[in-house]
Design a binder for this molecule. Sequence first.
Ligand SMILES: NCc1[nH]cc(CCC(=O)O)c1CC(=O)O
Ligand SMILES: [Mg+2]
Length: 331
Amino acid sequence: MSAGYPNIRLRRTRATAWSRALHREVLVTPADLIWPLFVTEGHGVEEPIGSLPGVSRWSVDLVAERAREAAAAGIPCIALFPNTQAERRSENGAEALNPDNLMCRAIKAIKDACGESLGVLTDVALDPYTSHGQDGLIDDEGYVLNDATVDVLVGQSLNQAAAGADIIAPSDMMDGRIGAIREALEEAGHINVQIMAYAAKYASAFYGPFRDAVGSRGLLKGNKKTYQMDPANADEALREVELDIAEGADSVMVKPGLPYLDIALRVKETFQVPVFAYQVSGEYAMIEAAASVGAGDRDALVLETLLAFKRAGCSGVLTYHALHAARLMGA
Ligand SMILES: NCc1[nH]cc(CCC(=O)O)c1CC(=O)O
Ligand SMILES: [Mg+2]
């Protein structure tokens, strides 16, 4: 008698819906989702973003409404990104340090609206504030300066924490910024403000629509390859993660998402820390484009990709589909 077929038939457990449900290895629920939201000036303003169909920038009053909807749908956390007006952008991104900037006003409005029912994650990097669209301070050749940038990022982080941010998420990829930010938060008494490090962030072609959303695409000359990672590298991602954990990160992120699932899995298996993936703007646009030409069912595509992140060991996913997905799961 053979040890395999026909005694072993892997199709047995797949034969019925109840059995498939019983044997499912991972689940994705609304509690796995972080919803990125774009903020713009004004009152009662919604600005659709052309390259991100279905995603808009919202004025502070309306972003607080979106946040309430997220909490009601069971989403635990939102992520905020500001579209800073051109006249408030500058060479050194000083608006990032303004305690009354768009970001800080949005944080306060959301915390007022939602209190402890919703976490607010804030992006730390200078690209929404610089006139050149780079994430840091640049020298005469346009090279992004590491240590001088870290000093500004520390100030930006303290500014966001003072406004009420729950999770500081540095997306700049400067060396040493997690340790510097952690130390400053501790000194300022923000001992329970978390840091989610964009630890393994790649110089990716999938960020285009995001740069439209924050208004930096037209400003950016060149690329971000001197600080974001080379898509060819995986071992290097583990070194990035190891350092950020040692410097005090509470959780780490891999970005983009689906094309880098191998990185997420290796990080999880190597370090056993909370790992998040950012399913970025270009990935969202790809799913929307596929669905719009009938190449796949939108809802099924969305849910399948979210499940893939859970299978790869992620604690959660930043996705522009979050509210829609949470409602699908609740249905
Ligand atoms: N600090 C920049 C930043 N923070 C989040 C994203 C991309 C997110 C997305 O594409 O959805 C980017 C783009 C970039 O590095 O140019
Ligand atoms: Mg690093």
